[in-house]
Design a protein around this ligand. Structure first.
Ligand code: HMG
Ligand code: MG
Length: 316
């Protein structure tokens, strides 16, 4: 029995800045975050082929879709059909987004074992993305997490707008830490810190991570989710790695954005992340060649080139 089960304070892992993890888990969000914002709805067969190719390239955490309201995100309205048609790769995980009790019912019907709830760190984004208030959203999530955990389902907590909000501007670090702690205290095994509109810079990332550690949250429970709007996603990721974070969200080919945050452009591209990890000698388990081929193929399906620098460099 560990300290958590005994109700004791958890030891806080906080490596000195400058150390790097030996291995990074890539949380691939291409099929969900990547496709939720597409103007044209991507056919189910293309989504399934995309996920098959991503797994074949060696990715083992593949966020597959969302059980959100189909009118809010029609691009992912085929969530149940997708899971039904998905040939899951051995050893891979296929988490899905779930906002509320109805979403959890649908996910359970589809035999999902891994979900992510997604809270906002700002009032306006809670309203726009969840039709809820900053405080009110936790009332929606709490029963979802309690029920999911009691059924043995792993629950990740996302927190959006951790570094800035397009309507409110800067978001106070204390507000972000308070919201993030509420998600962890509810029973989320991990908290992913989202820079939904890509405004973060490395100093801000450092301050936020330090604030979480000072509040008793170990970096081993944190993941980072950067968007590359201002070209800072890789620098921000390196900063997080130097602070001991070892789970990084990224999207194959840099696909993505959020339909309820206008200035959210593409996610950090998985290929760009891998290039950096390779250079740093950090294990990641992905075949970069196969992944680039997948993103080139996906770009053909979507009818526009990938914004990833590495896909551009290697994919001709
Ligand atoms: P609402 O309209 O307030 O829902 O939406 P409601 O609870 O009032 O229910 C209204 C009706 O919708 C009811 O049906 C419900 O059953 C139904 P009726 O009784 O009227 O016939 N309903 C549902 N149907 C299917 N699935 C459901 C569901 N829920 C209710 N899950 C809600 C509230 C939260 C559902 C809505 O706001 C929503 O779906 N929001 C999701 C928005 C979204 O997916 N955004 C993108 C993901 S977040 C993101 O991208 C950021 C991230 O990447 C991190 C980062 O970048 O920072 C994670
Ligand atoms: Mg995102």
């Amino acid at each position: 029995m560990g300290p958590r089960e005994l109700g004791l304070p958890m030891p806080v892992a906080s490596p000195e800045p400058g150390q790097l993890p030996g291995e990074v888990t890539i949380w691939e969000v291409g099929a969900r975050d990547g496709l939720q914002n597409e103007k044209e709805i991507v056919p189910l067969e293309v989504k399934l082929e995309f996920l098959r190719r991503l797994a074949d390239a060696g990715l083992v955490v593949l966020e597959a879709t969302s059980f959100v309201h189909p009118k809010w995100v029609p691009q992912l309205a085929d969530a149940a059909e997708l899971l039904d048609g998905l040939d899951q790769a051995p050893g891979a995980r296929y988490p899905v987004l779930v906002p509320n009790a109805r979403g959890l019912d649908r996910a359970l019907e589809a035999k999902v074992r891994d979900i992510a709830i997604f809270a906002a760190a700002s009032e306006t984004f809670a309203q726009r993305n969840l039709n809820s208030g900053l405080d009110e959203q936790f009332g929606m999530f709490e029963p979802v997490v309690t029920r999911a955990v009691s059924e043995g389902i792993a629950v990740r907590g996302y927190l959006s707008m951790c570094f800035g909000d397009p309507w409110e501007g800067p978001v106070a670090i204390e507000q972000v830490v308070a919201a993030g702690k509420r998600l962890l205290d509810m029973g989320c095994h991990q908290l992913s810190l989202g820079d939904t509109i890509g405004v973060a810079t490395p100093g801000h990332v450092e301050s936020l991570l330090r604030a979480f550690v000072a509040a008793g949250v170990g970096v081993d429970r944190l993941a980072v989710h950067f968007h590359d709007t201002y070209g800072q996603a890789l620098s921000n990721t390196l900063t997080a790695l130097r602070h001991g974070v070892s789970t990084v969200d990224s999207s194959a080919g840099g696909l993505g954005g959020c339909p309820y945050a206008k200035s959210a452009t593409g996610n950090l591209a998985t290929e760009d992340l891998i290039w950096m990890l390779e250079g740093l000698g950090i294990q990641h388990g992905v075949d970069l060649g196969k992944l680039v081929e997948t993103s080139v193929w996906m770009a053909e399906q979507l009818g526009r080139p990938s914004p990833s620098r590495v896909v551009k460099a290697l994919g001709s």
